[in-house]
Design a protein around this ligand. Structure first.
Ligand SMILES: [Zn+2]
Length: 84
């Protein structure tokens, strides 16, 4: 067993249940506009300058396309949607 333990990275904050809920609400969007796969994830990282805040980005695990970092999931999602 050698899977990466991402919790060792202090910048990384594992996906939580709210991400699953978000995808349920935006199910039609869970397709990558670049490669057509539906293996998208939302990631959350701590903001270095403001440790109590996070930024979010949507990423395709297949082709590695990314929405870029936004202050909330909705903003990341909107940007993702207009990227194709
Ligand atoms: Zn993709």
């Amino acid at each position: 067993m050698s899977h990466t333990n991402k919790t060792e990275d202090p910048e990384y904050d594992a996906q939580d249940a709210s991400f699953d809920k978000f995808w349920e609400e935006h199910e039609e969007a869970k397709i990558c506009p670049f490669c057509g796969e539906d293996d998208l994830v939302i990631e959350r990282k701590r903001n270095r300058r403001s440790p109590y805040n996070y930024y979010y980005f949507i990423k395709c695990t297949i082709c590695k396309a990314s929405s870029g970092a936004y202050a909330d999931m909705e903003a990341a999602y909107k940007h993702w949607q207009t990227r194709a």
